[in-house]
Design a protein around this ligand. Sequence first.
Ligand code: PGA
Length: 224
Amino acid sequence: TVADLKGLKQGQLRLAVITTAKYIIPRLLGPFCQLYPGIDISLQVTNHERILERMVGNMDDLYIMSQVPEHLDVHVKAFLENPLVVFAPVNHPLAQEKNIPIEKLVDQPFIMREPGSGTRRAVQSLFEEHGIKVKVKLELGSNEAIKQAIAGGLGISVLSRHTLLTDSSEFSILDVQHFPMKRTWYMVYPSGKQLSIVARTYYEYLLEAAKKIVAQEVITSVPQ
Ligand code: PGA
C-alpha cells in the first residue's frame, strides 16, 4: 500500500536555509513529517555566507538561498519569489506617499543586516547602482530584531516581504521606486552530490508545496 511505501522513507534530512526562509520552511515541515513519519529533520537557519560555508563543508543535504553561489558548481531550482520591500513603522510620514524617489531614503535612519547577509548585499548593490548612501543607524543580525527596532521607531529597513507574515499591523511597506526588489528562493545542492531518497522526497514535496502556495495567491511563483 501507499502507506507502507511511505513508511519505507526513513532517515535524516539535513536542511540549511537562509534567514528569510524560516518564515515558511518550518511550517511546511509539519505536513511533510505527517506524510513521512520515519524522517527526522535537522534545520539550520543562518545567513547567506554561513550557508555557503556549510555547502563547501558538505554539512547538509539541501540548501535554500536567494543568491546562487557564483564560484561553486551547484544544481539550482527556483521555487518561490522572495521580494525585498521597504519596511517602516505603521505611522511613518512616508507611509501614505506614492512612488517615493529612492533618493529620499537617505534622509531616513536605516537599519541594516549584518555583513554576510544576502539581504544586505542585495540592498547595498541597489543603493550603489543608484548612487545613494543611506545613514546606517543600526546594524542587526536578525530580521526579527530589525522588525522590533522598526516598530520601536529606530528607523526603516529593507527586508524580505516574507518576514511580515505574522504581524502586519505594526508596519507599513513604503512605495519606493525600484521596490519591491525581485529575488527568488532556490533549492541548491552541489552538482557532484547525489541526493538521498529522503532529500529527493523533500525536494519534490517542496516544489509541490510551492505550487499550492502560489495557487492560493499568497506569494508569487517564479518562471520555471
Ligand atoms: P540573509 O538571506 O539571511 O543572508 O540575508 C536572505 C536572502 O538572501 O534573501
